[in-house]
Design a binder for this molecule. Structure first.
Ligand code: GLU
Length: 466
């Protein structure tokens, strides 16, 4: 196989969208699988909407996901000279031309065509042709540059995802490749870049399928080799509509902040449009070894928040406790809870070890951890249900005994047993109210482990609230 070179080309007009993250993952995995190169290009020619903040967010999300690129980021706005050079060449060869049509004229043509039931394509009035007299160049109007798209025939490519696709040239017109301000449009810049960067495989969202015939025609006009294209279906929200901001979080950043692990996001995104047998849980190394461009799904995948939580819970269980502790500490500090170095290094990892099995996100883990470092809010209904007059004497006895007990799990367990026996209680009758008092809720891991971690100061102060 020739040298494999893939790229991801986000526009910095917002955060890294989940759909773009997925195509970035496919492009990255494909390059890695074949020992090729993966390039990051920032498509910032929409000057009004592009921001440095978006660039920063996109780079941070790529870094967080672990999608390392071999080249770039390349910024299109730093390549304007190159685009100009290629445009001049196309104009000189009669493959592109200046068009002076005003927006009003274009609107009028569109309306006329619509009225006749035709597709509202550009009427070609500035397109040069042998023997054709062009209109006189009007004063005071800055022209755009249009590409001379072939007027007949069809464009066919064998899409890596969708299979053969054919679009007739009669369906498309002479698209604008340079705007009046001299800045190239997406379809043109993308071709020059994919050519210059020797991109061999383009994975992108299928909203670009209609752009591909133009791009292929331009590659051909330039005498440039064609990359292979793979158009991945959109990701749908749970209402069957395209995943969008209105339907929940669509940025990678939102999931990072919401307590998801990058390996869970990658694993989940990978499966949204690609499969390897029945495998649901796999590492990115496994994905790289499997991802050869086959088994990409033709039909749209549905975003499934519950499945993503399940995948995340799996990776939280697997995660190293010290790593979880540093993620949880960051969440806690956002809530204004700060920790001593000792707590960070030793105590918080133990808290993570004890609670991670019951948490789907590090956000949930942080809300458990907070109970060890800040005041606890007791669930009123659970308090009323479990902390009854009948059990108060046992709680008092427990507090007295614990205040004189060495603070380790075995000694705490022995004290609990003693109190149960003295008051003829079963474990839950004492454990439930104590959990409610110490952790704010009756659903916690085993009591002796929780009390040991909470430490005598917290436990005695909270038992006194019975
Ligand atoms: N800037 C385009 C986008 O974000 C890139 C499309 C492509 O990959 O060609 O949709």
């Amino acid at each position: 196989m020739n040298k494999i070179r893939t790229r991801i080309a986000p526009s910095p007009t917002g955060f890294l969208h989940l759909g773009t993250a997925r195509t970035a993952l496919y492009s990255w995995a494909y390059a890695r699988h074949y020992g090729g190169k993966f390039v990051l290009r920032i498509e910032d020619t929409d000057v009004a909407r592009s921001t440095q903040d978006s660039v920063d967010q996109i780079l941070a999300s790529m870094h967080w996901l672990g999608l390392g690129y071999d080249e770039g980021p390349v910024y299109q706005m730093q390549r304007l000279d190159r685009y100009r050079e290629v445009v001049d060449q196309l104009i000189a060869q009669g493959k592109a031309y200046h068009c002076y049509s005003t927006p009003e004229e274009l609107d009028a043509v569109r309306e006329e065509k619509k009225a006749r039931g035709e597709k509202a394509l550009y009427d070609g009035r500035w397109r040069p042709a042998p023997g054709k007299t062009l209109p006189p160049v009007p004063g005071g109007i800055k022209p755009v540059v249009r590409f001379c798209n072939p007027q007949d025939g069809e464009v066919t490519w064998n899409d890596l995802v969708k299979g053969p696709i054919t679009i007739s040239n009669r369906e498309i017109d002479d698209l604008i490749i340079v705007r009046t301000d001299g800045i190239p449009t997406y379809n043109f810049a993308v071709v020059v870049d994919d050519w210059d960067m020797q991109i061999s495989h383009v994975f992108r969202g299928d909203e670009h399928i209609n752009n591909t015939p133009w791009q292929i025609n331009m590659f051909q006009a330039l005498g440039a080799p064609l990359p292979q294209f793979g158009h991945c279906p959109v990701i749908l929200g749970d209402d069957g509509q395209k995943l969008s901001k209105r339907r929940g979080a669509v940025s990678v950043t939102a999931y990072e902040e919401g307590g998801y692990l990058p390996e869970a996001m990658l694993n989940y995104l990978a499966r949204l449009g690609w499969s390897h047998g029945d495998d649901e849980l796999f590492t990115s190394e496994q994905m790289v070894s499997w991802f050869d461009g086959s088994h990409l799904s033709k039909s749209p995948a549905q975003w499934d928040p519950a499945k993503l939580l399940w995948v995340n819970a799996h990776y939280i269980k697997e995660a190293d406790n010290a790593r979880l502790a540093s993620l949880v500490a960051a969440q806690l500090s956002k809530q204004g809870v700060s920790l001593s170095d000792e707590a960070l290094a030793r105590h918080l990892p133990q808290v993570c070890a004890l609670f991670k099995d019951r948490c789907e996100t590090t956000f949930a883990l942080a809300s458990w951890a907070a109970k060890f470092y800040a005041d606890v809010r007791i669930d009123e209904a659970e308090f009323a249900q479990h902390v009854t007059d009948a059990v108060r004497p046992a709680i008092t006895m427990l507090a007295v005994k614990l205040s004189a007990c060495p603070w380790d799990k075995a000694s705490i367990a022995a004290v609990i047993k003693e109190v149960l026996a003295a008051h003829s209680l079963k474990m839950p009758q004492l454990a439930m109210p104590v959990r409610v008092l110490v952790m704010g809720t009756a659903q916690t891991p085993s009591l002796d482990a929780v009390l040991e971690l909470a430490g005598p100061t917290i436990v005695l102060a909270r038992l006194a609230k019975a």
